[in-house]
Design a protein around this ligand. Sequence first.
Ligand code: BDR
Ligand code: CA
Length: 336
Amino acid sequence: MERRKVILDVDTGSDDSIAIITALLCPEAFEVLGITTVNGNRCVDYTTENTLRIVELMGMEDKVPVFRGCASTYVSIMLGRRPGYPRRDGSGPANNAAVHGDFIDQCPPSHHKEQRQNAVSWLVETLLAAEDDSITLIPIGPLTNIAHAVAIEPRIVPKVHEIMFMGGGWKIGNKSAVGEMNVWLDPEAAQVVLNAGFRKFTFVPLDATHEAYFNAADAARIRAIGTPVAEVVASLIEQRITGYSTWQKVAEENATPVHDPLCVVALLDPSVLKEVEHAHCEIDCGGGAAYGQTIFDIRNGRMDALAPNCYVALGADRKKYVDAIVNILARSNEQH
Ligand code: BDR
Ligand code: CA
């Protein structure tokens, strides 16, 4: 497998934490150039602190720089003030609190700091300096940072090999009937990135992540690995199981989707994603009931569907996913 240069764009978060851990445990597959943070699950102050904690857990603070990103939506401060948007006072999406908490309490407060440079300017600088087609972006939070980077400097677009994005939903929403959190929090940013002309943009939506759930037995399997990193991941999954029991139905009782690491595993083994459609997607930015919906033009076998601008995975292989995560975590050792 060719080693990819990757940038993770995160709103850490319980599942973002597991995605970062997974990527950092696969150095033969991923050279993580840096991690950029964004407002999402919680305000960017918190998501940045959480990201620093996870990087320290992995002992990578000297190798993987963290860059603080956008604190508000791409288009409108007013939209960013609507109920459920994460704020600097720490308040955030209420239905999300049990799943993520404010901080990743499984890890101690960080002792190192993020870089001085802002995430957006670092993305522009890094991508501009890169070879064409050489960097894979893994955004697992709202697309605010990447939308700004593209707006400031469209010449970054050809530098990107592909974008593997956790977000969107075909038949499932989690912020509204049709809105998925990462898109709903900044739909205009998602629309900008989707239509910026990137070589390949893949949605890993809720339809895929809800098929690839983890249950209590899976968490126990992870805990049995017996390393501090595995213990953190097992505890995060258990926290999510408790959170989901009062938030959203999962296919099995005592189970939780673990959304974000599915993007990382899909880059290692694309066959973990199922029913991948090449489709046109529009994002509803209208402010009505469908606000933030990812409208994939795959209904009714229409011959006049618009030209595809993305791939979307409508399913996932749960066994492959869980086994992959367990096997990767088994690489963690006492240094981690
Ligand atoms: C997405 O929203 C966040 O809560 C998760 O971290 C994930 O990226 C799921 O809708
Ligand atoms: Ca996330």
